[in-house]
Write a protein that binds this ligand. Structure first.
Ligand code: BG6
Length: 481
């Protein structure tokens, strides 16, 4: 299958840090269909060879294992091309069309790795020159809007040019192998389904914790904040996959319709529940991984006195028969105690215990990062004496060890899926808008409440109020259990 893959924002951070290394991995794994061309477009005037040399340089900054040898890069680079484009100039889109029409590739993927404010303009111009025919797909990187109205406006323009099945909205968490495994765990096995409901589950916790700060992205981050950056998209997508009903088929619309139903069932926020059920925090100076770390307000490009949150913990419920009354706790933050992304399913305690001592409920931990695996926590007898208390033990499954062949990273998978035209791992416009609809009352309540975020020291698990939020229901965050 021949393809043309065009990166708008071809010299941007996302392209060289994530997308090109992911493509190189796909090339290395022999997964990139032969007969492909990759075109980077950006403002600077340069030749294909200059661009290749520039990218090769950039690869020096990519993780050791992923760095290509000269020979490997040169082979990969034969697919690479560069074109200067001023995105506001209609005739530049005409030239792009000429390049694309030099041959009739089966698939043309337009990857918009630019600032999102350019999406409407790029889509409209592509439409104007007819680069929206059925073989063309458009990939839209997050953030897709900063509230419901702006997301709707982007979707309106995209839809006026491309059909929904041509629009691939990225949430890179959906490309992570452990998220694929969540589907496999729930819908490829019978074991958990009878327990996957309010009768057996006490609460569910989704934690997306990072130990690093905002780094050099202070200006972007300060316009965004943790709620928009991580909760509206990544955390909510994970929640939908945990809570959704089994789809009737493994196809994009069957899956996405089930996810949408979950989003529509989330308990809506009011000013009162925002004050009670949502904790926002901002890091102060502290100690991160044994080194002194500055506070958010001292980070480069962060405006003085900013009240933007770098931490959010919230409690919600999925209001349907399966989940009524089960708290779902979502938590994310920068400069937390460790880097870990996981979903913890806490089961209920046994109704009656015949063993003295511990009565620790079972829990299932779906680990997304740093490792990719599953842990099932059980109680067991060591077998030393009749009267001993049971001990907690865990069954651990490490997917990297279980599957020795090269596993595919998030961007690599998503790029390959976009080229293949499979939408299962991409977000539909109605899902995305529903997620904005749900977070918007929180954004509005915060905008009115000038008391600002609670502070927490870098290297900790966030403000104390986040622990209190869970303790109020008689539970504790996973690391405190
Ligand atoms: C991005 C956010 O979407 O996800 C970043 O903008 C965040 O702030 C990143 O660091 C986390 O992704 P991952 O895959 O490293 O967990």
């Amino acid at each position: 299958m021949s393809f043309d893959l065009v990166f708008f924002g071809g010299t941007g951070d996302l392209t060289w840090r994530k997308l090109m290394p992911a493509l190189l991995q796909a090339f290395r794994h022999g997964k990139l269909p032969a007969g492909g061309r990759i075109l980077a477009v950006a403002r600077d005037e340069q030749t294909d060879d200059h661009y290749r040399a520039w990218l090769k340089e950039r690869f020096q900054d990519v993780d050791g294992a992923k760095r290509p040898s000269d020979e490997e890069f040169d082979k990969f680079a034969q697919m690479l091309h560069y074109k200067r484009m001023d995105l506001s100039q209609p005739e530049h889109y005409g030239r792009l069309k000429e390049w694309i029409n030099e041959r009739q590739a089966d698939t043309v993927v337009m990857y918009l790795a630019t600032s999102p404010h350019l999406f409407p303009q790029i889509c409209a111009q592509l439409g104007a020159v007819g680069l929206n025919e059925a073989r063309v797909r458009v990939v839209l990187e997050k953030p897709l809007g900063h509230d419901l109205a702006s997301a709707q406006e982007i979707n309106r323009v995209v839809k006026s040019v491309f059909a929904e099945q041509q629009a691939f909205r990225i949430d890179h968490y959906l490309g992570k192998p452990s998220v694929q495994n969540l589907m496999a765990l729930r819908f490829g096995n019978v074991l958990f389904e009878p327990l996957w409901r309010r009768e057996s589950i006490a609460n569910i916790q989704i934690t997306l914790a990072e130990d690093f700060g905002v780094g050099t992205r202070g200006d972007f981050y300060d316009r965004t904040g943790a709620l928009r950056d991580m909760i509206q998209n990544h955390a909510l997508q994970l929640l939908t996959m945990v809570a959704m009903e089994p789809p009737s088929r493994n196809d994009a619309d069957a899956i996405r319709s089930e996810k949408l139903k979950v989003l529509k069932s989330l308990k809506p926020f009011t000013d009162e529940s925002v004050a009670r059920d949502v904790v926002r925090g901002q890091y102060r100076a502290g100690n991160a991984q044994g080194h002194p770390a500055v506070g958010y307000l001292e980070e480069v490009k962060v405006p003085t006195g900013s009240q933007v949150e770098t931490f959010v913990a919230l409690r919600t419920e999925v209001q349907n028969w399966r989940w009524a009354g089960v708290p779902f706790y979502l938590r994310t933050g920068k400069r937390l105690a460790s880097r870990e992304a996981q979903i913890v399913v806490n089961f209920r305690a046994t109704p009656h215990t015949i063993f003295p001592g511990v009565n620790q409920p079972n829990k299932l931990v779906i680990k997304l990062q740093p490792e990719d695996g599953l842990e099932l926590h059980l109680l067991a007898a060591k077998g030393t004496s009749q009267s001993e208390a049971l001990s907690p033990v865990s069954l651990d499954l490490d997917f990297d060890k279980a599957f020795e062949e090269n596993r595919v990273g998030a961007y690599e998978r998503l790029l390959l899926e976009a080229i293949a035209g499979r939408l299962n791992l991409f977000v539909r416009s109605d899902e995305q808008e529903e997620a904005w609809r749900w977070v918007e009352p929180v954004l509005n309540a915060w905008a009115r409440d000038t008391s600002g975020p609670r502070v927490y020291a870098a290297g900790t698990w966030g403000p104390a109020a986040a622990s209190a939020l869970v303790a109020r229901d008689g539970f504790a965050w996973s690391e405190e259990q």
